[in-house]
Ligand binder design. Structure first.
Ligand code: MN3
Length: 245
């Protein structure tokens, strides 16, 4: 194969991957990292299919803040199961939502299986994208301006966000969202998210932190506060800025 043929084949491969790639909401959040491999789930039949995108970095890339075994189990088992189970629910229940946004906007009418696994599928796909190796630090530029404008300082923002993460009793998520041009911090129980019609916290997600014990227990055991403190070293503020309106 000469160079031109090689390039053409490569381009076809890229186009094919793009067509089979991220779902609607995730397509807006273009991942620029090297994927670690193919998503383990083939597409299911039905009007809406949740996909598990490849993890944007190797499982060990977030060490020492999040350990490789936790990432392997979290991505490979927990997240994979949510994706598999929500697609089962969509097929079994004949859920006709055409896209993720309408699925979550009508979640109060759907089953617990659809709600819990749909949230789990989406939330984890989002979570992997707003973290990365060599990230963290204080936000600058658009994200920094938004944080300072809404909360006064990065330190104050971190305090409020960590408070939301710590006060979420049991399993759930802490979020930074944008609604009507304003930033807000809050949390959701279980796998609920701010896109759901029944959520007390609503808005466009900008940043999320998984505070389920499965996200940190192997390394931090019951010390959720230490996990939250370490997680600031991983936040990808460029990804947050991309999601700002
Ligand atoms: Mn989780």
């Amino acid at each position: 194969m000469n160079r031109k043929q090689f390039l053409l084949r490569s381009l076809h491969g890229i186009a094919g991957a793009a067509l089979a790639g991220p779902s609607l909401l995730q397509a807006a959040a273009h991942v620029k990292h090297e994927p670690m491999g193919e998503a383990p789930w083939p597409s299911a039949a039905g009007p809406l299919t949740f996909r598990q995108d490849p993890l944007p970095y190797p499982v060990a890339a977030l060490e020492p803040h999040i350990d490789a075994l936790t990432m392997e189990i979290h991505y490979g088992r927990h997240h994979a199961a949510y994706v598999k189970n929500v697609n089962e629910a969509i097929a079994a229940e004949g859920i006709a939502a055409p896209d993720e946004a309408s699925f979550f906007a009508g979640i109060s009418a759907l089953s617990a299986k659809a709600r819990n696994n749909g949230g789990g599928a989406w939330n984890h796909g989002f979570f992997w994208k707003v973290m990365g190796p060599g990230k963290g630090g204080a936000p600058t530029g658009k994200a920094g301006d938004a944080i300072h404008g809404a909360f006064g300082s990065f330190e104050k923002f971190k305090e409020l966000f960590a408070d939301a993460a710590m006060k979420r009793f049991g399993s759930g998520w802490a979020w930074l969202v944008e609604k009507d041009g304003k930033l807000a911090i809050g949390s959701t129980p279980n796998q609920d998210n701010p896109l759901m019609d029944l959520s007390d916290l609503k808005g466009r997600p900008l940043l999320a932190l998984d505070v389920w014990e499965h996200a940190y227990y192997l390394k931090y055991q019951n010390k959720r506060n230490e996990y939250v403190a370490a997680w600031w070293n991983l936040v990808d503020w460029d990804e947050v800025a991309k999601r700002l309106g």
